[in-house]
Design a protein around this ligand. Structure first.
Ligand code: GLU
Length: 477
């Protein structure tokens, strides 16, 4: 074994990538990059009852969409494959046999019905609900007899009854858990597939994983895993359990309170850069107060030591703010490419690339997600309809004077420049006595469909002389 750091993201494909899983993937990725280690993608798909068609492809696509590239994985290969657990069942069987031989595991022939009764009795007697170990001491002959009768069985771990397990977690530090609270975990189900616990331990060992970085919900499984490591004579990896993600009301982040699927965030127009920056800060913080991190900066500054124990609140307002920041600050051409499908979907003509870039530049200063982009600049493509209130402004005597004045003067110009617009603004005040709101609101209404909006020179530049004249002409009574 080399000294190389090897971490893994080990999702069970459930159909979509949860934002919490994205954080797990991101922290693993960052730790691997920071330490020049390897980041492995392993698909934990042994629960056949939860199999979802297309889930793996979807997961891989989402990781690619946000740019979390792994070094080894199902579609990448590597020296430690296969990277699908469903393709490793023979490997698990071998270690299962070893556990049976070492008396660290046992056959359990209890039926669903037996287990149900056991549970009911335990509830009635106010006892902890757990497997009571009744198959632990079956003799070899009894086991053989039941096997000969082809009775369905599972294999369970023979977890110690007493004492406690103490381990060190990078985030939670010293953790101790009493063995009596740990169930005799099923290792192989009656369908012959291993449970998560067995497959996870075997694979982390065989794939030479050095650090297990995953969500806090798995902390209580560590004793079961450590039991298996010890029984098989293996050194366990270092453990690092990430704090829970919470809704603003401090409840566990759930689908009920909003989106949790990464692909939904992307579809809604959040940029991968913003999403990763935001997710990185859910449970980790840098040395200073910095909140804006490019991936490069994250790769340099990330450390497991700065992960906090306290649950991290998923604050959508903060994500919106961050997304707005990236929309405004990333390369204009990049944002324009990202936004293209929105414009095409809206049926807007963006064939003039120079004009399109100008429009995107205006838009990105006015939105927090890409999905708002076409709405923000719709007036450049479609002449607006006016509310009664707008009509009043348009029909107002001063506004009409203004439109006529501008029409006459614009027609006389060969080119409309920023300078000529400023001149006209000045002259509107000097010659017509119109200024402030009375000057800007009607003009913006006429050209951009709303009293607030981009600066007039920007609107003029994008619409062009002919369209400006058209729009004004229509409103002159
Ligand atoms: N397959 C588990 C999951 O879906 C992986 C947990 C772990 O990383 O050990 O989250």
């Amino acid at each position: 074994m080399s000294n190389e750091i090897r971490v893994r993201f080990a999702p069970s494909p459930t159909g979509y990538l949860h934002v919490g899983s994205l954080r797990t993937a991101l922290y693993n990725y960052l730790y691997a990059r920071k330490t020049c280690g390897k980041f492995v993608l392993r698909i934990e798909d042994t629960d056949r009852s939860r199999y979802v068609e297309g889930a793996v492809e979807n997961l891989i696509e989402t990781l690619q969409a946000v740019g979390l590239e792994y070094d080894e994985g199902p579609d990448k290969g590597g020296d430690f494959g296969p990277y699908f657990q469903s393709k490793r069942t023979d490997i698990y069987k071998k270690y299962l046999q070893e556990l049976l031989d070492k008396d660290a595991a046992y056959y359990c022939f209890c039926t669903e019905d037996d287990l149900k009764k056991m549970r009911e009795e335990q509830i009635a007697n106010k006892m902890d609900i757990r497997y009571d170990g009744r198959c632990r001491n079956l003799s070899k002959e009894q086991i053989q007899e039941k096997l000969d009768q082809a009775k369905p069985y599972v294999i369970r771990a023979k977890i110690p009854d007493e004492g406690e397990v103490v381990f060190f977690d990078i985030v939670r530090e010293r953790v101790n858990i009493k063995w009596e609270t740990v169930d005799d975990q099923v290792l192989i189900k009656s369908d012959g597939y291993p449970t998560y616990h067995l497959a996870n331990v075997v694979d982390d060992h065989l794939m030479e994983i050095t650090h297990v970085i995953r969500g806090e919900e798995w902390l209580s499984s560590v004793p079961k895993h450590l039991f298996l490591y010890q029984a098989l004579g293996w050194k366990p990896p270092k453990m690092c359990h990430l704090p829970l993600l919470l809704n603003p009301d401090k409840s566990k982040l759930s689908k009920r309170q909003g989106d949790v699927a990464v692909e939904d965030f992307l579809k809604k127009g959040y940029l991968p850069e913003a999403l990763l920056n935001f997710i990185a800060l859910l449970g980790w913080h840098a040395k200073g107060d910095d909140e804006l991190f490019t991936m490069d900066k994250l790769e340099k500054e990330f450390s497991l030591k700065r992960i906090s124990k306290a649950g991290a609140v998923f604050d959508i307002e903060k994500l919106n703010w961050m997304n707005g920041h990236y929309l405004r600050n990333l390369e204009l051409g990049y944002i324009a490419i990202k936004a293209k499908s929105c414009f095409i979907e809206a049926g807007f003509d963006i064939s003039d690339n120079e004009k399109y870039l100008k429009i995107v530049d205006v838009a990105r200063n006015r939105i927090s997600t890409l999905s708002e982009i076409t709405e923000a600049v719709k007036p450049f493509f479609i002449v607006s309809t006016y509310s009664e209130e707008d009509q009043q402004i348009i029909n107002n005597k001063n506004s009409q004077k203004l439109f006529t004045f501008w029409l006459e003067n614009l027609k006389a110009l060969d080119f409309i420049t920023e300078d000529s617009i400023n001149q006209l603004l000045k002259r509107s005040t000097e010659e017509l006595g119109i200024k402030g709101k009375d000057l800007y609101f009607p003009l913006r209404l006429a050209l951009f469909g709303s009293v607030h909006g981009p600066e007039l020179p920007v609107i003029f530049d994008i619409l062009g002389k002919n369209e400006v004249i058209n729009r004004l002409q229509k409103l002159v009574k």
